[in-house]
Design a protein around this ligand. Structure first.
Ligand code: FES
Length: 86
């Protein structure tokens, strides 16, 4: 069973474990701002409302607030719900 990503009243399936969360959202036409795609700049940050993610390459360097995650370098571990800000 693919994991489900609830975002902007869509449900996106995460099926390819090689993908980052950002790549998965992009392939579903969910727009996320990004810059470095490598955990440095913080441009891609979104709010994790529910569920768990991890960072396969280790904790990213960019600052993120409580509940914020960096989709460019994380993968979902459970079904997740995201809030993409302005
Ligand atoms: S795009 Fe730079 S931290 Fe994600």
């Amino acid at each position: 069973m693919p994991l489900k990503i609830n975002v902007q009243s869509k449900v996106v399936h995460y099926e390819n474990n090689e993908q980052t969360l950002l790549e998965c959202l992009e392939s579903a036409d969910v727009e996320v701002h990004y810059h470095c795609r490598d955990g440095f700049c913080g441009a891609c940050r979104v709010t994790l409302v529910e569920g768990e993610i991890n960072y396969p390459q280790g904790e990213p360097l960019a600052f993120v607030g409580d509940k914020e995650i960096l989709p460019c370098c994380c993968t979902p571990v459970t079904d997740i719900t995201l809030l993409i800000g302005e």
